[in-house]
Write a protein that binds this ligand. Structure first.
Ligand code: AMP
Length: 214
């Protein structure tokens, strides 16, 4: 089974993708995390990507295709793939369909986690990430035991550059402009599952699982 999970920033797609990957044995491809890792590597490509991400823009299709093909190898895939954060626009939608086609598969479902812009802004401005291991916290709903420190490794928690309010607004506008056509297209193709993302994590997960089993 091959899935793509989409939603505005802070909709919880990473959390749900991780749980789905575990339940169904899927390869989890989280482009945001992969790109952040390249940025950390401090290569020329890393600084180019840093600039794009910190401005709330999308990386080019060329970079994205390169990143995807490096991470998707046929022997890495057991039961399928879950794309988390891709496709962000119609061109990317075609890219992943082609990629899956080359592997002899297809995109089975697109899961759209819906939350309001107000909820997205509230969640992102309270999001903190461990600068060492990448563990994610929310100061309102899932705070660390000790303020500013990661529960897992003790390193300092930071706010992502692109989680600052003016950049969040840009990212949300980009989602509305570029990703809404993907959602409409998947709906037309009959593979869209729209999920209310403003509920507890476990309730959302059960909802997604029951819809995948239809
Ligand atoms: P995310 O963690 O999914 O919100 O992604 C963080 C940032 O990474 C985005 O704002 C983009 O700059 C970049 N990014 C992640 N996924 C993609 C993608 N599929 N296409 C282009 N840029 C992406």
């Amino acid at each position: 089974m091959n899935l793509a999970i989409l939603g505005p920033q802070g909709s919880g797609k990473g959390t749900q993708a991780e749980k789905l990957a575990e339940k169904y044995g899927l390869l989890h491809i989280e482009t945001g995390r992969i790109l952040r890792d390249i940025v950390k590597s401090d290569s020329p490509m890393g600084s180019q990507i840093r600039e794009i991400m910190n401005g709330g823009q999308l990386v080019s299709d060329k970079i994205l295709t390169q990143v995807l093909s490096e991470h998707i190898t046929s022997d890495g895939i057991k039961e399928g793939i879950i794309f988390d954060g891709t496709p962000r626009d119609l061109d990317q939608y075609e890219v992943i369909k082609k990629l899956l086609g080359n592997l002899g598969g297809k995109l089975d479902k697109v899961i759209y986690l819906k939350i309001s812009n107000e909820e997205s802004i509230k969640r992102l401005s309270n999001r903190r990430t461990c600068q060492n291991c990448g563990e994610v916290y929310n100061l309102l709903t899932n705070p660390p035991r000790e303020e500013g420190k990661c529960d897992m490794c003790g390193a300092t928690l930071v706010q992502r550059e692109d989680d600052k309010p003016e950049i969040i607004a840009k990212r949300l506008a980009k989602f509305a402009e570029a990703t809404t056509p993907v959602i409409n297209q998947a709906r037309e193709e009959g593979i869209l599952q729209e999920i209310d993302g403003e509920r507890p994590i476990e309730v959302i997960f059960e909802d997604i699982v029951s819809r995948l089993q239809l």
